[in-house]
Write a protein that binds this ligand. Structure first.
Ligand code: ADP
Ligand code: MG
Length: 872
């Protein structure tokens, strides 16, 4: 039996500690991968697969990447959904007996990346931890690169929809989850289908209550979790505790910027489920998944990456508290109304770097002098920023100015210590500024003076020897030397000692040159060492002030969002909405923020909208295809959502009573990628609405029922409308091509019909895009088909067939066929229960005492008729 080599044994032992990761095993200047890892990595990274003797009969598959270019390869693997464990030598080879000790120094996964190409400037990268028992679910999430850390708990007694909505909002790149929750089949399915996060199911040891409490206390620096106000919230404590432990185990390095946990309540925010986020294209488009073409794409004119991330966060979680919303709106208004202020603000914001990520780098210890200089430059403009915003008249901005820290001490420290023109590397010297440290200055003087003296020496040797082309040069291998070309060798004096011979010249040194060289090398060595030490000391001092930097960075990002909202409002002609706690939504001449941007100015036709929870709670919009129904109902949702984010809105005027949730459903949306039938998806989304909508919700239904046959679809649409209008009573906008639904206006309270009129002309239809009250009289399907360029013969044949069908329909109607679905009262009792109700009501109020037996019999007979029975 063959035996594994010691190194391979070491490899396998180390790999045991990170079984689920691809192990980058450091050998010399390479990270090597073996066995299955090698096969996977060579394929994913497109690098050559080779083999290495490992003691077994067959060679071990192997591939490798140079350590200095590893970052790109790691990013690629992470992007493809793998974890990578980095294994380094952990002892000096000189001191080791036998094989050098190696161990994992870091595990990198999608949610723990803290630098490099995988991180996107304008997006947070969240690692999320979910702990669910059968009653409560705790959710903790963190951006390791910035230190932002949030925590909440949802008491849902088994309904996990709210938890899924949170995942949709946060869009984490990695999820930690406990087994109980992951066993919930529905939850697991939805999670895996809808979200592409890397998922780790953690064993119960991560959720031991006492240990979780200890980790939370250690990170936040409190004595007990009591003082954080989370005592008693067991699920939240476990989620946070497991998250911290996971970070500790994978990062194995200082994370001092993670020092605060922000508790939030999901009811502070409008909840928006995954389908709605995606349908409304808030952050990215449905098709390409791109920012361009989404609401964020229109609204993001922030000047810093921090601001961009903040705006994304705000759009993902619109507020519910009218007062907080109005504070934001006032802040935007104060900037909106002052052109000069906006311009000044932009100029100042442009000077600010990504402070939050710099804070992360400082804490990890992988920052350099340039990061510090960027920190200093950003801090330097804080006083100017405050000055510009003074007397804004906005309560929120006043508060921010009050709390923003000038951080003069930090600025001065960096200014005095760090050379702004220093190199990227922190280990080659040249980073500490002249005048900051006497010893550094001393050695630097020696080095500089000696270099001067070398120049002088060159001059004097030229003169002494008469060799005009004589040069003193330096290279890394040979140090300093005097170079003389072959034609001048006969002039070289005796004190020159030969160092190297080249084809066209000779290289020499002299005692004097050697002395100078020694001085320089010694001084340079000392300098490099000392500068690195001082740099680390400066870093330590800075780390102590990180929470101040973090806090001010957060204020700056808010200001940036206000700037962006004001600027966008100005260039796009938005209005400040009135937001209150009423149940009314009133939009005067509203526009779709994204669609209007895709067409020439003024071509977009504005439309008003009104809804409440009383007389106008179910708005049914009919009109032919392409008339603009979908655009219209979406713009209502977007305007409401923008208003609750604190943004101005694309309308002439708007009054928005805060809604608790927005739901949008689109009939038969294509969801083939996730392997569910489209109609099934449509129906499960509708079911979610009926289960979760409240009277305070805004529901947008677009062609619901379209995904199945006409009668099925119509029946479903009809009963959904009934349920929403009667049992829930929320504001609903329902765009549909089922004309029959307009009959509901007369049958149900709160239903109002609107339609988009089109004009017929000789050349086909003309879309007016104008919403008017009333219902569309026909569907114009064939006219639209004509517009779309279907061949004339097909169009003519369609018209012929349509005529035939319409005639047949008339006959059926006249022939009292029971098969035909007529939605007027009197028919189809079992399908539509409004008829039942009407009759039951009638019976209840029947004045039996005043009726003769004959009258009663007659009444019964008429009832029977109305119910479709024959009078025998
Ligand atoms: P429907 O849902 O009625 O089939 P859409 O809302 O999808 O119609 O609109 C079709 C197209 O009409 C859109 O892509 C857009 O280009 C245009 N459109 C919609 N609403 C308007 C409007 N108010 N003003 C101008 N063009 C519009
Ligand atoms: Mg449509």
């Amino acid at each position: 039996m063959s035996q594994l080599t010691p190194m391979m044994r070491q490899y396998l032992e180390v790999h045991e500690k990170a079984k689920d990761a691809i192990l980058f095993f450091r050998l010399g200047d390479f990270y090597e991968m073996f066995f299955d890892d090698a096969v996977t990595a060579s394929k994913e990274l497109e690098i050559t697969l080779t083999g290495r003797e490992c003691g077994l009969e067959e060679k071990a598959p192997m591939c490798g990447v140079p350590y200095h270019s590893a970052e790109g390869y790691i990013a690629k693997l992470i992007e493809k959904g793998y974890k990578v464990a980095i294994c380094e030598q952990v002892e000096d080879p000189k001191e080791s007996k036998g094989i050098v000790k190696r161990d994992i120094v870091r595990v990198i996964s999608p949610g723990t990346v803290s630098e490099g190409k995988f991180l996107k400037d304008k997006s947070n990268n969240y690692l999320m931890s979910i702990y669910g028992n059968l009653v409560d679910t705790g959710i903790a999430y963190m951006d390791v690169s910035t230190g932002e850390f949030y925590l909440t708990q949802i008491s849902d007694l088994g309904n996990k929809d709210a938890v899924l909505d949170e995942i949709a909002k946060i869009a984490p790149s990695e999820i930690l989850i406990n087994t109980i929750l992951y066993k919930d089949k529905h939850f697991k399915n939805v999670m895996n289908i809808k979200f592409s996060a890397y998922t780790n199911v953690l064993p119960s040891k991560y959720y031991e209550s006492d240990k979780c409490r200890q980790s939370i206390a250690a990170v936040t620096g409190v004595y007990s979790v009591n003082s954080l106000g989370i005592e008693g919230r067991e699920a939240a404590i476990k989620a946070a505790g497991a998250l911290i432990r996971y970070i500790d185990e994978t990062q194995m390095r200082s994370l001092s910027h993670i020092d605060k946990i922000i508790w939030y309540d999901i009811f502070e925010y409008m909840s928006i489920d995954h389908a709605t986020r995606s349908n409304l294209e808030l952050i990215k488009t449905i098709r390409g998944g791109e920012k361009q073409g989404s609401l964020l794409g229109v609204l993001d004119r922030t000047r810093t990456s921090m601001g961009s991330r903040k705006l994304k966060q705000w759009l993902s979680e619109p507020l519910r508290d009218a007062q907080r919303i109005n504070f934001r709106l006032d802040a935007v208004e104060s900037i909106y109304s002052e052109v000069e202020l906006r311009e000044n603000l932009k100029n100042v914001l442009d000077k600010i770097y990504d402070l939050k990520r710099i804070v992360g780098k400082l804490s990890f210890g992988n920052c350099n002098g340039r990061d510090m200089t960027a920190l200093k430059e950003s801090i330097s403009v804080v006083p100017e920023l405050k000055e510009i915003l003074r007397n804004s008249g906005s309560h929120l901005i006043d508060e921010i100015i009050e709390k923003m820290d000038d951080m003069t001490d930090i600025k001065e420290l960096i200014e005095n210590a760090i050379d702004p023109d220093g190199p990227i590397s922190v280990k080659d010297g040249g980073i500490i500024k002249y005048g900051y440290d006497e010893t550094v200055d001393y050695y630097r003087d020696i080095s500089v003076n000696s270099k001067d003296m070398i120049l002088k020496l060159e001059q004097s040797e030229k003169e002494k020897t008469g060799i005009k082309s004589l040069k003193v040069k330096y290279n890394k291998v040979f140090g300093y030397y005097i170079e003389v070309t072959n034609s001048n060798i006969h002039l070289v004096p005796d004190n020159y000692i030969r160092k190297q011979t080249l084809s066209n010249c000779e290289r020499y040194f002299t005692d004097e040159l050697k002395n100078l060289e020694n001085k320089i090398l010694e001084a340079d060595d000392k300098l490099v060492e000392l500068e690195y030490e001082i740099f680390q000391n400066v870093r330590k001092v800075l780390v102590e002030g990180l929470d101040r930097v973090k806090e001010t960075a957060d204020y700056i990002s808010q200001i940036d969002v206000f700037y962006s909202m004001a600027h966008v409002a100005y260039i796009n002609n938005y209005a400040k909405p009135r937001v209150d706690n009423s149940d009314q939504i009133m939009i005067v001449e509203g526009r779709h923020p994204v669609v209007e941007g895709t067409m020439d100015q003024n071509l977009f036709v504005p439309n008003s909208a009104e809804a409440d929870t009383g007389e106008n709670r179910m708005i049914i919009i009919t009109g032919p295809n392409m008339a603009g129904k979908s655009t219209y109902i979406r713009q209502i949702a977007l305007i409401t959502l923008m208003a609750q984010t604190g943004s101005f809105v694309p309308a002439k005027k708007a009054k928005i009573g805060v809604v608790d949730r927005i739901f949008t459903r689109v009939g038969a949306s294509d969801d083939l990628a996730s392997g569910q039938s489209t109609f099934m998806v449509e129906m499960s989304e509708v079911s979610n609405i009926l289960k979760n909508a409240s009277k305070k919700s805004l529901v947008i239904l677009d062609e619901v029922g379209r995904g199945t046959s006409t009668f099925d679809g119509l029946s479903i649409a009809w009963s959904v409308v009934e349920h929403l209008a009667e049992n829930i009573g929320c504001k609903t906008f329902f765009a549909t091509h089922y004309h029959e639904l307009t009959e509901l206006e007369d049958l149900l309270e709160g239903v109002k019909n609107y339609c988009i009129k089109v004009q017929e002309s000789e050349n086909g239809v003309i879309f007016s895009r104008k919403i008017v009250s009333g219902n569309a009289d026909k569907s114009y399907g064939i006219e639209v088909a004509k517009l779309a360029g279907l061949p004339e013969s097909v169009i003519n044949r369609s018209n012929e067939l349509l005529n035939l069908l319409e005639k047949k329909e008339d006959k059926i109607k006249k022939g009292k066929s029971t098969q035909h679905l007529d939605f007027k009262p009197g028919n189809n009792l079992n399908l539509f229960n409004y008829q039942d109700k009407q009759i039951i009501e009638e019976l209840g109020s029947l004045p039996l005492d005043d009726m003769t037996p004959m009258e009663a019999i007659n009444y019964l007979n008429s009832l029977k008729k109305r119910l479709g029975g024959e009078n025998k």
